[in-house]
Design a protein around this ligand. Structure first.
Ligand SMILES: [Zn+2]
Length: 294
């Protein structure tokens, strides 16, 4: 064998070897996929910033799966955490959905349990190093529950901060919608379009016109009066809008907008040291309010 051939073999063998050398393991963003040792690294890498994507089990018109909000919110949260590292809590869907109990497949926990479970969940996340918990909401029925939960974190001292990231699918430059925006509220064009991106295999566009998602407007009250039956009065099929006109184009835009919003939230929360500092000051002052400097 010639010297140059031998050299070529050596180089080949070396490159084959290096190709086999495993790359350092990628740290998963998913809590349930990490080993205990990896979890410690993940908390350090995330700077104690963790996401709690919050879904629900409820009917979504005639054409979307019961877990639609859970599947979509996990899709955007996982994508966001891969762009800006954060630890993502496992599937969570124990929210407010009393208004859909007349429909098959709804899982509606009592309000007591919703709040207790959420508190124990964020407490457990914090005990494990998640000192900044971002609840990423994926379900419109939680829009009152989650800010209320965040407000009530001030009722007793905590060594962590709860942040709530609202659903944010719309933005400037959005493709034109084909159905009216005012009633596109549940399993309609916008939400169905995002589902076409997150889980297209579970979307049955051909069934979307089997039921009406029209506003039935059965209770007439002024805008400044709220009552719990409002949703059932307007949308008893638990369908609001028209999912049949959904498109991948709109879905791509809205999913991306939502993901970008979560990435921005993760970065802002990582940079925020003021909330915990002020929260601690507040708890200290609340022990003796008469001495609070004015
Ligand atoms: Zn939904």
């Amino acid at each position: 064998m010639s010297k140059s051939l031998l050299l070529a073999f050596t180089v080949l063998a070396a490159s084959a070897l290096s190709a086999q050398t495993p790359a350092p393991p990628k740290l998963s963003v998913q809590w349930e996929e990490l080993s205990a040792a990896e979890f410690k690294d993940a908390i350090a890498r995330s700077q104690g910033t963790c996401l709690l994507p919050f879904g629900i089990m409820e009917k979504h018109g005639p054409h979307l799966p019961l877990g639609n909000d859970l599947l979509n919110v996990r899709y955007v949260a996982l994508n966001a955490a891969q762009q800006e590292y954060a630890v993502v809590f496992p599937a969570y869907y124990f929210g407010q959905i009393a208004e859909a109990k007349q429909q098959p497949g709804t899982v509606a926990y009592s309000r007591r349990l919703q709040l207790e479970l959420l508190q124990e969940t964020t407490d457990e996340m914090a005990r494990n190093g998640c000192k900044k918990v971002i609840i990423v909401n994926g379900h419109g029925g939680n829009n009152s529950l989650l800010p209320y939960f965040a407000q009530t974190q001030l009722d007793a001292p905590h060594d962590y901060v709860v942040y709530v990231a609202a659903i944010g699918r719309s933005g400037p430059g959005e493709p034109k919608h084909k159905s009216p925006r005012e009633t596109d509220m549940h399993a309609g064009e916008s939400e169905t379009s995002v589902s076409l991106i997150a889980r297209p295999d579970l979307v049955h566009l051909d069934r979307a016109t089997q039921e009406s998602g029209a506003d039935q407007g059965r209770v007439k009250l002024p805008d400044n009066v709220y009552t719990g039956i409002w949703w059932y009065a307007r949308f008893p099929n638990h369908y609001a809008g028209d999912g049949s006109v959904a498109s991948r184009e709109l879905g791509e835009f809205e999913a991306k907008t939502w993901i970008n919003g979560i990435v921005t939230a993760i970065r802002a929360v990582k940079a925020d040291s003021e909330s915990l500092r002020l929260q601690n000051q507040f708890f200290e002052q609340s022990k003796h309010p008469l001495e609070t400097p004015r």
